[in-house]
Ligand binder design. Sequence first.
Ligand code: ZN
Length: 183
Amino acid sequence: MTLRTILTIPDPRLKKVCAPVIAFDETLRILSDDLLETMYAAPGIGLAASQIGVLLRVLVMDCDKQSESPNPKVLVNPEITWYSSEKRVYEEGCLSIPETFAEVSRSETVKVSYKGLTGEDNEEIFTDLWSTCVQHEIDHLDGKLFIDYLGAVKRGLIVNKMKKLKREKIKDQKQNKKTKGSP
Ligand code: ZN
């Protein structure tokens, strides 16, 4: 298993629509292992393949409380086949948009059909936090971020904050190199 780098906005790969998985092979198994390891290390409760720069329709989740034993789920080519009319508002965050949280309203329960690692068909009902998470992650596979649900002004402020953070990080790295290089 390999810890992968999580892309942050405004990386253009986060806006891409991911392609369905066709080959249920060893490469897919390695991708899902890497996604899970990277998600648990972050730590996060969900991670989509596009967040590590792999533009395939694969996501992983584990929304159980940290004290409980791990309950990892891998969803390949997931599709929401039913949305409850009851909504749930949750203050969402995203590993690709660090230190940013905002309330998003989504269906409280959804039914999702997806494939497993060996290509088998699955159908599952997700509710509460699992439902919020699976909808958030499937959005990633369509190049959509939770800040896209916010107004343009709020979204613009968040994107600008992230750009500034990235610039500062690069500046810090350059300065560190200089210090290390000097006698
Ligand atoms: Zn996210």
